[in-house]
Design a protein around this ligand. Structure first.
Ligand SMILES: *Cc1c(COP(=O)(O)O)cnc(C)c1O
Length: 348
């Protein structure tokens, strides 16, 4: 039976976390002179002179209703980058343990592995950008601690087959992280609803994509209470600032507006996919469950330079494994998409 207490690093299991003034006194009082804050105020109209809630309970209560996950199974971080880094720091012994990724995929898992001096094994996706389960089986070592799955995958845009992810969850006794940054644009069901079935599952989501709040920096990890407790233990005490908490709380009330944007972006993605498929410079458009399209061109570099000259920047992925001659194009506003298509169609 999977138990994160056996997987976590000894120093984290034994760690006595930082205890803040607000941890040590939680009762009612009128005068707070225990945290060395500036009681006079601040130069801002709204003061912000008090430390924020270290556990962000108000946000977690709202998310708990939206995601149907108990509050003690939610971790909030400064972007998804923070839970990614914390998972390495909590569960991977530097220069001893290993993790597995499936390229082409999101680059941050590898950067975070390198920062933490944790060996990273690469098991390439198949030509259809799906998991190669046989190759994965060979790559898993006794000291493999985390398998990172990005679904929908960046940069390919497709969802990873649910049965394959379930197969990994059922057969691997380390952590399986499913990064669902783009889940709101997908036809697939989130794995957040499966947490009760898989004690080794960690689901990552973010406010940066569908919620339109990349500038806010708020990422979410959903996992068992025991895993979330380890992340909380190792995080900086006040990792989400007060203004960010206030803005996130406000945004979470506007789910209708977010759903409207998702519908519009998915409709635009479909239109762009059709128009791109007809363009003479396009070899193929890969199926997408995200807010971007991976597009193979006859000459990606030339197209990239041509678009930049017209003031349009897309992401050149042509040097990435399995992405020869591919550009990754984010779905924009209707007007932006029209300009993009005009430019692509005028390319000789
Ligand atoms: C954009 C993206 C994220 C989001 O990162 P934040 O730090 O939350 O902005 C996470 N994972 C993937 C695969 C992404 O493409």
């Amino acid at each position: 039976m999977f138990n994160p207490d056996n997987l976590v690093r000894n120093n984290i299991r034994n760690l006595k976390p930082y205890s803040s003034a607000r941890d040590e006194f939680k009762g009612e009082a009128n005068i707070f002179l225990d945290a060395n804050e500036n009681s006079l105020g601040s130069p801002l109209l709204k003061w912000y002179n008090r430390y924020p809630d270290p556990m962000q309970w108000k946000i977690k209560e709202k998310l708990s209703v939206i995601k149907q996950v108990p509050v003690d199974q939610i971790f909030l971080g400064n972007g998804s980058d923070e839970p990614i880094d914390l998972l390495f720091r909590c569960f991977c012994e530097p220069s001893v343990d290993e993790v597995i990724v499936f390229p082409p995929t999101y680059g941050m898992y590898e950067v975070s592995a390198n920062i933490n001096n944790v060996h990273l094994s690469k098991v390439p996706l198949t030509r259809e950008f799906q998991l190669d389960l046989e190759a994965l089986e060979l790559a898993i070592k006794p000291n493999t601690k985390i398998i990172w799955i990005c679904s929908p995958n960046n940069p390919s845009g497709n969802s990873i087959d649910r049965q394959d992810i379930e197969m990994v969850l059922n057969n691997f006794d380390g952590l399986v992280v499913v990064d669902e940054a783009y889940i709101n644009f997908s036809r697939q069901k989130s794995f957040v609803g499966d947490l009760a079935d898989y004690p080794n599952l960690v689901v990552l989501q973010t406010l940066s994509k569908a919620w339109g709040l990349a500038g806010l920096r708020m990422g979410m990890a959903f996992a068992s209470p025991a895993i979330v407790a380890y992340l909380n233990k190792a995080k900086p005490p006040y990792n989400i600032s007060e203004p960010v908490q206030e803005l996130a709380l406000k945004a979470l009330d506007e789910i209708g507006q977010v759903n409207d944007m998702i519908l519009q972006l998915v409709a635009s993605r479909k239109l762009m996919e059709e128009e791109l498929t007809r363009a003479s410079s396009v070899v193929r458009v890969f199926p997408s469950d995200a807010n971007f399209l991976l597009v193979e061109f006859t000459d990606a570099r030339a197209m990239y330079d041509y678009l930049v000259a017209k003031g349009i920047v897309v992401r050149d992925r042509s040097n990435v494994l399995l992405c020869d001659n591919c550009l990754r194009i984010t779905v924009g506003t209707e007007l932006e998409n029209q300009h993009l298509m005009q430019a692509i169609n005028s390319f000789q």
